[in-house]
Design a protein around this ligand. Sequence first.
Ligand code: NDP
Length: 332
Amino acid sequence: MEYRFLGKSGLKISALSLGSWVTFGDQIGEDVAAACMKAAWESGVNFFDTAEGYARGKAESMMGNILKKFGWKRSDLVISTKIFWGGNGPNDSGLSRKHILEGLTGSLNRLQLEYVDLVFCHRPDKDTPIEETVRAMTFLIDRGRALYWGTSEWSAEQIRMAHAIARSEKLIPPTMEQPQYNMFHRERVEDEYRRLYDEIGLGTTVWSPLASGFLSGKYLRGVPAGSRLSLKNYQWLKERFEGPEAEEKLGKVRKLGRVASELGVTLPQMALAWCLKNPHVSTVITGASRAEQVVENMKAVEVVKKLSTGVMAKIEKILGNKPQPEPDFRSW
Ligand code: NDP
């Protein structure tokens, strides 16, 4: 395993990590989840991601039980959770000081931990002033209940604003962002955030690197039984992978599969390695419904070196979606 710094922080995080969305508590039981975490751990993964909203808290409870069962040394682990969707009451969601404090208390109880290493604001909250959120996060860190805080799917402008408030009010700024990033979803990481990596040393823990499994090639011949897009509760997700645009993407997946075969690797391994190739990615959070997938996916670390300039150019040609750099108007 390779370990990368989380942005400009001093924290080292495994370049590949494991998350619990869809799977823990909704799709798989504790035994399979434990087997997935064990396979990840044995490959050198130190970072496990969850959220208060995943399977309505069940994902955190499951992860907590598994961590306790294995008894891994706390200092060898990096655990994150995300706060935003905590329930149906008027104060059970969003980023108010009240929900952030109560939400994290609930998460820590379910995880059976004294602190999480990372806590994320799972989405921006248009109804809460950013200053209130920055203060609440600073409070949690000062009390030792989280070590670093970050955002998920915030715009570059919102992240900059949080930094400006933290600077002027002597509060703790966000360290990292959790955006979606994969071969089909590139704008934020490669374009919108591009100045933030140097300006504020932003780290990224990127999600859905296989676009919910679409980039594994498993959907080339329909939706296999038991796969994510076959799950009853996730039909809204399936709908995102239908229509002419999805058909076009499937054509690209087919071509990408050929490139992976030429390299002697699997398509999931190549798609994960492609994410790892980006130096602004601190960790790629993988997902798995079976331990075998984890074993296969973790080998992606070895595949990065196979992605030569020539291979990357071939992939780029198939994708045809590289975000364009800002024009240099001075040279006009
Ligand atoms: P992926 O896009 O990698 O999808 C993972 C799914 O793809 C698996 O559950 C499995 O589904 C399938 N899969 C994985 N490996 C293989 C393989 N080798 N061969 C075939 N199929 C495979 O990641 P996720 O969407 O799961 O996201 C990863 C993590 O990111 C989440 O667990 C969560 O922690 C985080 N996340 C954060 C979000 C945020 O808003 N901050 C949003 C979403 C995720 P199956 O077998 O069922 O088909």
